[in-house]
Design a protein around this ligand. Structure first.
Ligand code: BEZ
Length: 219
């Protein structure tokens, strides 16, 4: 069975979290970053969850909510949070962390690492991260192995790109950062582009003579 991926609706699962139980769809009323971790009291995960806590303002100023998941129970999560906050100089973990002690949710959410096993031989979650929009659909997914910690600056960067592309018919080029030029989507004709981007745009001269690379600023 192919796993859940971009374009798919996130299943409306009932989840037990450090902030009580709820249905996923009830939580997703804006962009939500749902990110999984191989397990509680593991080193890389401690640094990742801590960085998410440290970046809380960056996410909230973008109207984005966080939702972690780790394959242990709520009591274990609550004990682990004390370590995370201590390691990260007191930044509070203000977002809920889902418990998945039976490893049922990670399968339904396509978050399993096929190679990494715990000491009992069970598959553990990969470092999966789904960005889900208010329409409950997955707009972006990362799938990293347990051995590689994620870059939370990249998470912020892709959120900025997703939010801009949801508002305008644009796409963001390589290594783009907020405030830099974006490209006009190939689906927009030149006549349409003139209407949609009255500030003007720069069509890059290319050997093919084709006019597909159109840069626009101040979007
Ligand atoms: C970690 O979080 O450090 C980790 C967890 C499972 C496998 C490898 C690393």
């Amino acid at each position: 069975m192919p796993g859940l991926t971009i374009g798919d609706e996130i299943p409306n699962l009932e989840v037990e979290t450090t902030h009580g139980s709820f249905k996923l769809h009830d939580y997703i009323d804006t962009f939500v970053v749902l990110f999984s971790h191989p397990g509680d009291f593991t080193p890389v995960c401690t640094t990742e969850l801590g960085m998410m806590a440290a970046y809380a303002d960056k996410f909230s100023e973008r109207g984005v909510k966080l939702l972690g998941l780790s394959c242990d129970d709520v009591e274990s999560h609550k004990a682990w949070i004390k370590d995370i906050e201590a390691y990260n100089k007191g930044h509070k973990v203000g977002y809920p962390i889902i418990a998945d002690p039976d490893r049922k949710l990670i399968k339904l959410l396509n978050m399993v690492d096929p190679d990494e096993k715990d000491s009992a031989g069970n598959n553990v979650p990969s470092r999966a991260l789904h960005i889900v929009a208010a329409d409950k659909k997955i707009k972006l997914s990362f799938l990293y192995p347990a051995s590689t910690g994620r870059n939370m600056d990249e998470v912020i960067r892709v959120l900025d790109s997703l939010k801009l592309a949801a508002k305008h018919k644009i796409a963001t080029p390589v290594n783009w950062k907020q405030g830099e030029a974006v490209v006009i989507s190939p689906s927009v004709s030149t006549d349409e582009a003139k209407k949609q981007f009255p500030q003007g745009f720069n069509t890059v001269d290319l050997p093919s003579g084709k006019d597909y690379l159109r840069l626009v600023t101040d979007v």
